[in-house]
Design a protein around this ligand. Structure first.
Ligand SMILES: CC(C)(COP(=O)(O)OP(=O)(O)OC[C@H]1O[C@@H](n2cnc3c(N)ncnc32)[C@H](O)[C@@H]1OP(=O)(O)O)[C@@H](O)C(=O)NCCC(=O)NCCS
Length: 190
């Protein structure tokens, strides 16, 4: 029997949460996911992608929920203030099994920029791998020019802060994956 229109993935979680990492397991999961994506999958770094920025960066996570509880970190990004008022985002990663599913990458970007805005950012920049430039453009980012980073083509990009209202650090956003042809919903929790 054909099951037309059904997602072929073996398991699609009901819910994800996106928030600033608050607990040791979230920070550990944030780094483990970055290692999986940037060292193992993309081979950009050999053993570990951590650098000096991590000492001052704010880690943000997306956790996949099981029975209503955050269970596993499947999304990560970090933000830091590079110069007064100038914030940067980096190391955006979504676990391969959870991509193009619940808008996890887009919502991590939204939390990254809105949080930095709330902390006083007047500009927010990121160095974006070339294949992701259309994704960022759709999210109201513009390219400031091409650069080469770790031997790979990137664009220096800037977010349009007027599209990213300032938020506080205590936000938790819930994401519910929707069937492919309908709009995903986001709602905010306390
Ligand atoms: C890039 C990445 C973070 C995107 O995460 P994601 O959770 O799959 O993205 P989303 O589900 O939020 O995508 C939102 C929308 O953008 C689209 N999109 C996602 N990646 C895209 C890309 N590279 N180019 C164009 N569109 C893209 C999705 O199809 C989706 O479209 P829809 O709203 O019409 O369904 C993820 O693919 C990833 O981790 N890649 C490997 C690491 C990496 O490249 N990191 C970024 C370094 S700059």
């Amino acid at each position: 029997m054909m099951l037309d229109g059904l997602d072929p993935r073996p398991f699609v979680p009901m819910e994800y949460v996106v928030r600033l990492a608050r607990t040791p397991w979230e920070v550990t999961g944030h780094h483990a996911l970055r290692r999986d994506v940037f060292c193992v999958e993309q081979g950009i770094f050999a053993q570990d992608d951590r650098d000096g920025i991590d000492a001052s960066a704010i880690p943000i996570v997306a956790a996949c929920c099981v029975a209503g509880m955050p269970d596993r970190i499947v999304g990560a990004v970090r933000i830091h203030e590079a110069e007064p008022g100038l914030w940067r985002g980096s190391r955006l990663a979504v676990h391969a099994d959870h991509r193009r599913l619940g808008r996890i990458g887009a919502e991590l970007i939204r939390m990254a920029v809105c949080t930095a805005h709330g902390l006083g950012a007047s500009r927010f920049l990121a160095q974006v791998q070339e294949q992701n430039v259309p994704f960022f453009r759709r999210l109201y980012w513009k390219s400031l020019g091409e650069i080469t980073l770790h031997g790979l083509a990137h664009h220096d990009m800037e977010a349009d802060l007027s599209r990213y209202p300032a938020t506080g650090r205590e936000q938790t956003w819930l994401l519910r994956p929707q069937p492919r042809n309908s709009q995903p919903r986001t709602r905010q929790a306390a």
